[in-house]
Design a protein around this ligand. Structure first.
Ligand code: NAP
Length: 525
């Protein structure tokens, strides 16, 4: 039974003002029950409770927080009747896709829990004292990472489970001891409430402070921005559009005390196909590319939106196969009508540019309506692409791909050098492509957080070695990842203790510390 309310300190808050509704993107109809936006007072209460819970929560042994993450995973698997069905109604994502997303969310929770059962995440470093060193003695220096404090997380529309209320950002923050206040995405308020209540039950079961988690509904520009500006907020995590991410980053930078915003935003995930690969594997690349473009209705942040190819042997077969795959791709339903409208508008804008042509379009009802979107394949040349920077190189969220043909390797390098920051960049190469591939790799290392050879960018492994980040505008901070165990680092900062007595040091920094499962207790102070 959904309450339609925000949740603070483990209980639902009073409903105030005009309601809004979840919407079924398939038909545009409203879904019961009505939901109510949080008030300023609710935001204050959530952050005051988070701040009050911080001392206890952050000083728990990592193993205790791991238990919390594991308990949330169990709740998601066994205690959330109707979760997938409600998410299916609110997002139009298939039940199979949502089931695998839930599995991914649970894997993330358990993996990040396992990470904080160990000690590596604390980043311990030590420089022993050298009192006799000349010309100046070296003090005893011991460094460890500590959690920042309350974190505000914006739920992402395109991952209602794995990057929303129970997603990677929340799991990362909770793992290291940061209480979380989630601003629910308006496109899936019911899913958000079910997931939030799973977290609240897990917190209660373990007897942890309920201030550790809160869920607030309401519009991003008002409720969300107020949370970012709140003096008790210490960091923000966001996945979504460039304008929204940038607005949040600007709001955080303009605070009297600025705070970090880890926003993961737009990316076109370019793919470069070198002549040897085009000659050797035109059909295989076309089929793999089409699947990567159309998977999830093109609504993955790693969807390849740009393919740069040398017009050499194999190209005609490649383009014909890609066009065939595009025509066969069934129409899909976007996550919400706003995404579908933005996709159609941007595709029209691109087609309105001189030198940009439509190669193929997928099946559909024939009339763009509601949130239905069909796959589109577009084509242009390198010169047109370069002259339309700022338009053709922007993310177009949906099942669309722009093929850019070039006549020489240098033209391919020029296109690559002009790109903005990306989450991923891919090179297809074979024997004979070595020199061009090396030069492209040199260029793309400065552009993207993950480089892929002879593969496709969708499908982001959640593990220790993953980087899901990249230079602006892919993210607001290229030094971090939002997927994988390194994502925990976003919510930590280093502190060095100089010449502290053993008994005054935090436990993990003391001599002979077992380096596992200890609490960060300052009880001796
Ligand atoms: P969005 O518009 O960026 O919204 C994401 C979140 O930010 C929502 O909670 C939204 O609040 C909030 N927000 C929006 N504008 C804001 C502002 N000016 N100040 C403060 N908060 C703000 O994303 P979306 O609705 O999911 O999709 C819209 C577009 O975002 C897509 O068409 C696509 O281009 C892009 N997108 C990209 C990715 C990616 O991974 N690269 C993922 C999802 C979406 P409300 O709940 O009030 O809307």
């Amino acid at each position: 039974m959904l309450s339609g309310r925000s949740w603070v300190l483990g209980v639902s808050v009073k409903e105030v003002g005009e309601p809004f509704f979840g919407v079924n993107p398939r038909c545009g109809s409203s879904l019961d029950p009505p939901f109510y936006s949080a008030t300023v007072a609710d935001g204050d209460a959530a952050l005051e409770a988070a701040d009050a819970a911080f001392a206890e929560f952050s000083s728990l042994p990592g193993s205790r927080r791991a238990e919390l993450l594991e308990a949330i995973a169990c709740e998601l698997e066994e205690g959330c009747d109707g979760l997938l069905e409600r998410a299916h109604e609110e997002t139009a994502l298939s039940l199979d896709r949502l089931a695998s997303e839930r599995a991914r969310a649970c894997h993330q929770l358990r993996l990040y829990g396992a990470e904080v059962r160990g000690e590596a995440w604390r980043g311990l470093r030590q420089e022993s004292a050298q009192p006799a060193r000349r010309p100046v003695p070296c003090p005893d220096l011991r460094r460890m990472c500590v959690p920042l404090g309350p974190v505000v997380v914006f739920g992402a529309s395109n991952f209602p489970l794995a990057y929303s209320v129970v997603g990677g950002d929340v799991a990362s923050a909770l793992a290291v001891g940061c209480p979380v206040v989630v601003k629910a995405h308006e496109a899936h308020p019911g899913t958000s409430e079910i997931a939030a209540r799973a977290i609240i039950r897990a917190i209660a079961r373990l007897g942890l402070p309920q201030g550790v988690f809160a869920l607030l509904h309401g519009p991003g520009p008002t409720v969300g921005t107020a949370l970012v500006k709140h003096p008790l907020t210490t960091a923000v995590a966001f996945t979504g559009s460039l304008p929204a991410g940038r607005a949040l980053w600007d709001a955080a930078a303009a605070r009297p005390v600025p705070i970090p915003v880890f926003a993961e935003m737009g990316s076109i995930n370019p793919i470069f196909i070198l002549p040897g690969a085009m000659r050797a594997r035109p059909l295989e690349i076309a089929v793999g590319l089409a699947a990567s473009v159309n998977g999830g209705c093109g609504q993955f942040c790693t969807k390849p939106g740009l393919v740069v190819v040398h017009e050499s042997a194999g190209f005609d077969d490649f383009l014909a196969a890609l066009a065939g795959e595009t025509r066969r791709a069934p129409a899909g339903i976007a996550l919400h009508a706003g995404i579908a409208a933005a996709f159609r508008q941007r595709t029209r804008d691109w087609l309105g540019r001189e030198g940009v042509a439509e190669v193929a379009r997928g099946c559909g009802s024939g009339q763009a309506q509601g949130a239905e979107v069909s796959s589109v394949l577009l084509r242009t040349d390198g010169e047109t692409f370069v002259q339309n920077r700022g338009i053709l190189d922007q993310e177009n969220f949906g099942p669309v791909c722009l093929v850019v043909t070039v006549k020489a390797p240098e033209e391919m390098f020029r296109v690559a050098r002009g790109l903005g920051g990306q989450l991923t960049a891919t090179i297809h190469k074979e024997e004979g492509d070595r020199e061009a591939s090396r030069e492209l790799t040199r260029i793309l290392m400065r552009k993207a957080g993950r480089l892929i050879q002879n593969g496709f960018p969708t499908g982001v492994e959640v593990c220790g070695a993953m980087t899901h980040g990249g230079p602006y505008p892919a993210t607001t901070d290229s030094r971090f990842t939002s997927v994988g165990t390194a994502a925990l680092e976003r919510f930590l900062r280093p502190v060095t203790f100089q010449n502290f007595l053993q008994e005054d040091l935090p436990e993990p920094l003391r001599d002979g510390h077992a380096h596992s499962g200890s609490s960060v207790s300052f009880s001796s102070l």
